[in-house]
Ligand binder design. Structure first.
Ligand code: KIV
Length: 269
């Protein structure tokens, strides 16, 4: 956990990098979890469009809608009123044309109380990033394995493996920082690319499967709580066995109900 004061604005995050202090970001999708994360002192929460896969049961992040992001971000904001909250722009909400991208970003901030938006992409989105920042919308970038492009990548694959692709990710990180992004997420890239991109900019980079040299690290909450099943990416570390814990508690409840042990005298009116 960070030893520093809770960042109050996106600008405070830069101070982490200046002090060489690594920080954690976690995803959140509901009010109860967000309150626990705030209690634990997580400096920044991301309402990622991973929402679609880990909460809504979609196969990818592609189907997630703007209204779904707004609904869940409002819940997170209510649960964690003192923490920086960043909300993902879902697929289709910023790719079609600039006026609707800007209107959607405004909706996300106005209706949810989040402090910033995150969007996927490199040089092709820098014009939009510049415009949003000029309009007063703080932007976090996202490079490497950008899940909204899963259909183009042909699956969830490590990006930046060739020297040309690695150079492209470093150049995109610089372009986003120059356009005014206050931080950049680097997902599923070789550690060397994470290190080079981090050294190339003075805004913080936040890695997820990008090695140990990025300024921050982010994980998807249900993954790090051991709630998700199936083949998980190599970068996932489960810090708890949440799935067993919930299953055991649910079984204990069922057994006590069946045995007539619950509710006990202390639970009755
Ligand atoms: O949607 C998400 O949760 C994300 C993180 C994995 C960075 O974009």
């Amino acid at each position: 956990m960070s030893t520093s004061a809770r960042p109050r604005s996106v600008h405070d995050l830069k101070a982490f990098k200046e002090r060489g202090e690594k920080f954690a970001m976690l995803t959140a999708y509901d009010s109860t979890s967000a309150a626990i994360l705030e209690e634990a002192g997580v400096p920044i929460l991301l309402v990622g469009d991973s929402l679609g896969m880990v909460v809504l049961g979609y196969e990818s992040t592609v189907p997630v809608t703007l209204d779904e992001m707004i609904h869940h971000t409002k819940a997170v904001r209510r649960g964690a009123p003192h923490t920086l909250v960043v909300v993902d722009m879902p697929f289709g909400s910023f790719q079609t044309d600039a006026p609707s991208a800007k209107a959607n970003a405004v909706r996300l901030l106005k209706e949810t109380g989040a402090s910033a938006i995150k969007l996927e992409g490199g040089q092709r989105v820098t014009g939009l990033v510049r415009d949003l920042v000029d309009m007063g919308v703080p932007v976090m970038g996202h490079l490497g394995l950008t899940p909204q492009s899963v259909n183009q990548f042909g699956g969830f694959k490590v990006q930046g493996r060739t020297s040309e692709a690695a150079d492209g990710i470093v150049a995109d990180t610089q372009a986003l920082a120059e356009a005014g992004a206050f931080a950049v997420v680097l997902e599923c890239v070789p550690s060397d690319v994470g290190r080079r991109a981090t050294a190339a900019v003075d805004v913080p980079t936040i890695g997820i499967g990008a090695g140990d040299d990025t300024d921050g690290q982010v994980l998807v909450l249900p993954d790090m709580l051991g709630m998700t099943t199936g083949r998980l990416p190599r970068f996932v570390k489960a810090y708890a066995d949440g799935r067993s814990m919930i299953r055991d508690a649910v079984k204990a409840f069922q057994a006590e109900v069946a045995a007539g042990e619950y509710p006990g005298p202390e639970h009755r009116y």
